[in-house]
Design a protein around this ligand. Structure first.
Ligand SMILES: CC(C)(COP(=O)(O)OP(=O)(O)OC[C@H]1O[C@@H](n2cnc3c(N)ncnc32)[C@H](O)[C@@H]1OP(=O)(O)O)[C@@H](O)C(=O)NCCC(=O)NCCS
Length: 419
C-alpha cells in the first residue's frame, strides 16, 4: 500500500502517517495485535498469523517509527451473483489503546479506499468484532448466519432418507484437492464466499487447533460416496464433562450436492459415540436441515448473527458485474459520505444478461444509504424490507419491488470462512 499524508485531526495534534507495513515489521504488528485484542499468541498461532500477514496487503499507522494502528487485507475473489469479484478481505483492524478515538481507523480506511481503486478491488469485506463500528464507513451486513444445535442423545429424526453411500474419513492434508470441486460448486450457488487455494484451506478452514476453543480436537474430514465425493463435513469433537455434560461435535463446514447426501452427513455427525450434542456454528438461514428435521425440538436454531460485512467501494463496478434475476429500470439516490464517486443519483438498468449504472439528473425512484445497498447486493436483504424498516425511501410506487425481483438469488448468500 502506498504512503499518504493524512489531514491533521485529533486530541494531541496531527494524525500518525500511514504507510505499508514492511515484512520486517510483522513481528511488531503481531505484538500490537496481541495487545489490542487481549490475546496471547503461542508460537504456533504466531507463526500462523505471520504466514497470513505475509500474504496480505498491510497498512500501518505510524507515529514516528512506532506502529499505533494496523489494517491488513487478504486478496480475495468473492463470489457474487453470476460470478466473482476482487475483494479486500479486511483483518487485524486494530488501533493502540493510547490512540483510540482520534481518527486512526478512519484514516486507515481512507487509505484503503485509495488502495482498492488502484488495485481494481470494487469490494471490501470483513467480519466485525462489534456490529456498531462499520455502518458509518458504508459496510452493510450482507450475510446472516445461524447457529444450529442438534440434541444427539437420541437418533436424529429426518424426513429424508439418507444417501446409503459409504462414508470415509480422509487426511485433512488431502482435503483441498478432494473437496475443492464440491466447494467451488457450492460457492457458485451461494454468493459471498471467497475462493480458496491450498493455503486458505489449510490455514482458515483446517487449522490444527481451533483458535476459540483449545479443548476441541483437530479437524476431521468425512466424505460421502465412492471416488468423487457427493458431500463432506469438517468437524471437531470435545469430550464430555464429569458432571454429565455430553461430548460435543462442532461442525465447521458441511456441503452436499443432494438432500440425501446432506441427510447422511448430519446423521453421521449426530451418531458419533460418546457425544450428545452437535453444534454447527455458521449455517445459512435456508439450510435444508431445518426443513428435513422431523422434530424441530431436536434441531434448533440457537443464534443468528451478521457475518460478512460488505462495502461497495466502487458501486458502479459492483452493480455492473453481478447478474440479475429480473429486469429493472430505477433511479437510485445513493448516500455515501465517505466515497464521493458513489454519492448521487444513478440510473440502474438491470437485465438478466447484465446491467448498466450511469449518473443521471432524473428524479430518484428510491433513496438509500450505500451501507444498505451493500446489504442487498448479494441477495441477503431486500429493498422492500429496507423501506418497511424506514431505512430507504420509495419515491415511485413499485420501485422497491422491481429491485427486489432483480436482486433476488435462488440461495441466500453465505460465507462460513471467518477471516
Ligand atoms: C475499533 C477501533 C479499530 C476503532 O479505532 P479508532 O481509531 O478509535 O476509530 P476512529 O477514531 O477512527 O473512530 C471512527 C468512528 O468510529 C466510532 N467507533 C470507533 N470504535 C467504536 C466502537 N467500538 N463502537 C462504536 N463506535 C466506534 C468512533 O466513535 C468514531 O465515530 P465518529 O466518526 O462518528 O466520531 C479501535 O477502537 C480498536 O482497535 N478496538 C479494538 C480492536 C477491534 O475491535 N477491532 C475491530 C476488529 S473488526
Amino acid at each position: 500500500m502506498s504512503t499518504q499524508p493524512a489531514p491533521g485531526r485529533g486530541r494531541t495534534g496531527d494524525l500518525p502517517h500511514f504507510r505499508e507495513v514492511p515484512e520486517n515489521h510483522i513481528g511488531r504488528a503481531l505484538d500490537h495485535a496481541s495487545l489490542v485484542f487481549h490475546e496471547t499468541y503461542d508460537d504456533e498461532l504466531r507463526r500462523r498469523h505471520r504466514r497470513a500477514l505475509l500474504r496480505c496487503d498491510r497498512l500501518g499507522a505510524y507515529e514516528e517509527d512506532r506502529l499505533v494502528g494496523l489494517l491488513a487485507a487478504h486478496r480475495l475473489q468473492l463470489s457474487v451473483p453470476g460470478g466473482q469479484l476482487p475483494c479486500a478481505g479486511l483483518t487485524f483492524i486494530s488501533v493502540a489503546p493510547t490512540h483510540r478515538r482520534r481518527g486512526v481507523l478512519s484514516g486507515l480506511l481512507e487509505e484503503l479506499w485509495r488502495h482498492c481503486a488502484t488495485t481494481g478491488r470494487p469490494l471490501a469485506a470483513l467480519w466485525a468484532s462489534e456490529a456498531a463500528i462499520y455502518g458509518r464507513y458504508g459496510f452493510g451486513a450482507a450475510t446472516s448466519l445461524c447457529t444450529v444445535e442438534i440434541d444427539s442423545r437420541r437418533p436424529l429424526g429426518l424426513r429424508v432418507t439418507p444417501d446409503p453411500g459409504p462414508l470415509r474419513l480422509v487426511d485433512p492434508a488431502g482435503a483441498p484437492a478432494l473437496l475443492g470441486p464440491l466447494h467451488e460448486a457450492a460457492r457458485a450457488r451461494r454468493a459471498g464466499w471467497p475462493a480458496r487455494d491450498r493455503h486458505w484451506w489449510r490455514e482458515q478452514v483446517l487449522p490444527e487447533e481451533d483458535e476459540d476453543d483449545d479443548e476441541l480436537g483437530p479437524p476431521r474430514v468425512v466424505v460421502l460416496g465412492h471416488g468423487t465425493p457427493t458431500g463432506y463435513a469438517v468437524y471437531r469433537t470435545r469430550d464430555g464433562d464429569d458432571d454429565g455434560t455430553p461430548g460435543l461435535v462442532q461442525v465447521d463446514e458441511l456441503e452436499a450436492g443432494t438432500a440425501q447426501a446432506a441427510a447422511a452427513l448430519w446423521s453421521y455427525l449426530a451418531s458419533i459415540d460418546l457425544t450428545g450434542r452437535v453444534r454447527a456454528w455458521g449455517r445459512p438461514a435456508d439450510d435444508p436441515l431445518l426443513l428435513m428435521a422431523a422434530d424441530r425440538d431436536q434441531v434448533r436454531v440457537t443464534g443468528q448473527f451478521p457475518a460478512l460485512w460488505l462495502r461497495l467501494v466502487d458501486v458502479r463496478a459492483a452493480l455492473t458485474a453481478r447478474s440479475w434475476a429480473a429486469p429493472a429500470d430505477v433511479v437510485l439516490d445513493v448516500r455515501d459520505t465517505r466515497i464521493a464517486a458513489n454519492h448521487g443519483r444513478f440510473r440502474l438498468v438491470a437485465a438478466p444478461g447484465g446491467g448498466t449504472y450511469e449518473a443521471t439528473s432524473a428524479p430518484a425512484d428510491l433513496s438509500l444509504d450505500v451501507c444498505d445497498l451493500a446489504a442487498c447486493y448479494l441477495g441477503g436483504t431486500s429493498p422492500s424490507h429496507l423501506v418497511r424498516a424506514g431505512l430507504a425511501t420509495e419515491h415511485t410506487a413499485g420501485a422497491a419491488a422491481a429491485l427486489d425481483a432483480a436482486l433476488r438469488t435462488e440461495y441466500l448468500p453465505f460465507a462460513g470462512d471467518e477471516f
